[in-house]
Design a protein around this ligand. Structure first.
Ligand code: NAD
Length: 267
């Protein structure tokens, strides 16, 4: 059993999808959860109540549109006032698929900002405090697209490769910081292949359209192209790995980019 009692976790983009799966796993281990994402009041409060029911001693919603760097600094200030993040999960992300020559500049800028710059700013604020406390965990949700490329995803692949590189730099800078008995400070990436969430719905819909709108065939088509297991991952599975990375026993696993991709990047 991994016990996170007394720890606070900020999970960006935790109102749905993979972020919610991670927040659920950390809540069940007893962490306080700083919930974040684009959500209205009712949805945000519903997620907080759900996480308290899953075992979090407390859960509170912290707004902040990650497209705006000033809002990110406000977010980190508000979380610091709530106790500060012992665990930081940079999960929020956006995607847009189009050939490079047709990619709107605004999409490039938004994807780089949300998927990469936001992680730089949250880590910059959180890591010194983690080092002073002797324990800290940064879990960045990159992607197989932080390890290999696919066409039509220029800004997403650039941002995710950037996130893997940023995480390695931070891992090195903090490798010997923190207190061994408390678990030290580690920084890692999880690199999922296909996980069935809202993020990939447009890609499923585009494939389904090639099969008379048959969604199951659209999903099968996407998997057959890249993911040898032919199975999607579940958000709870990404949550379980993030939880394990937060355990004190994972103190020497740092600077890694761990694929959960059914063999995608083994090819
Ligand atoms: P999702 O669309 O279900 O969730 C994205 C989350 O990010 C939401 O909670 C949303 O509120 C938040 N968010 C988006 N834009 C934001 C902004 N401007 N400001 C603040 N919050 C914002 O997607 P998901 O699949 O759960 O994706 C989570 C992470 O996993 C992303 O970083 C994504 O790149 C990565 N990922 C997903 C897959 C997949 O197959 N689903 C595969 C590899 C990596």
């Amino acid at each position: 059993m991994i016990d996170l009692a007394g720890k606070t976790a900020l999970v960006t983009g935790s109102v749905q999808g993979i972020g919610l799966g991670i927040a659920e796993a950390l809540a069940a281990a007893g962490a306080r959860i700083a919930v974040h994402g684009l959500a209205g009041d009712a949805e945000a409060q519903e997620v907080c109540a759900h996480l308290r029911a899953r075992g979090a001693p407390d859960a509170a919603f912290f707004p902040g549109d990650l497209r705006d760097s000033d809002r990110i600094e406000e977010l980190m200030g508000a979380v610091a006032a709530w106790g500060g993040a012992d665990i930081l999960v940079n999960n929020a992300g956006i995607q847009h698929a189009a050939p490079l020559a047709e990619m709107p500049r605004a999409k490039w800028e938004a994807i780089l900002q949300v998927n990469l710059t936001a992680a730089f700013l949250t880590m910059k604020a959180a890591l010194p405090v983690m080092a002073a406390r002797g324990y800290g965990r940064v879990v960045n949700i990159a992607s197989v697209h932080g390890l290999v490329a696919s066409k039509d995803k220029a800004p997403y692949v650039a941002a995710k490769f950037g996130l893997v590189g940023l995480s390695k730099v931070a891992a090195l800078e903090y490798a010997a910081r923190g207190v061994p008995a408390r678990g030290g400070v580690t920084v890692n990436c999880i690199c999922p292949g296909w996980v069935e969430t809202a993020l990939i719905e447009p890609q499923i819909a585009a494939r389904a359209a090639l099969h008379d709108g048959d969604r199951a065939r659209g999903v099968a088509d996407l998997l057959a192209e890249k993911q040898p297991s032919l199975r999607m991952s579940r958000t709870s599975e990404i949550g379980a790995l993030a939880l394990w990375l937060c355990a004190p026993m994972a103190h020497n696993l740092t600077g890694a980019a761990i694929p959960v991709d059914g063999g995608w990047t083994a090819q």
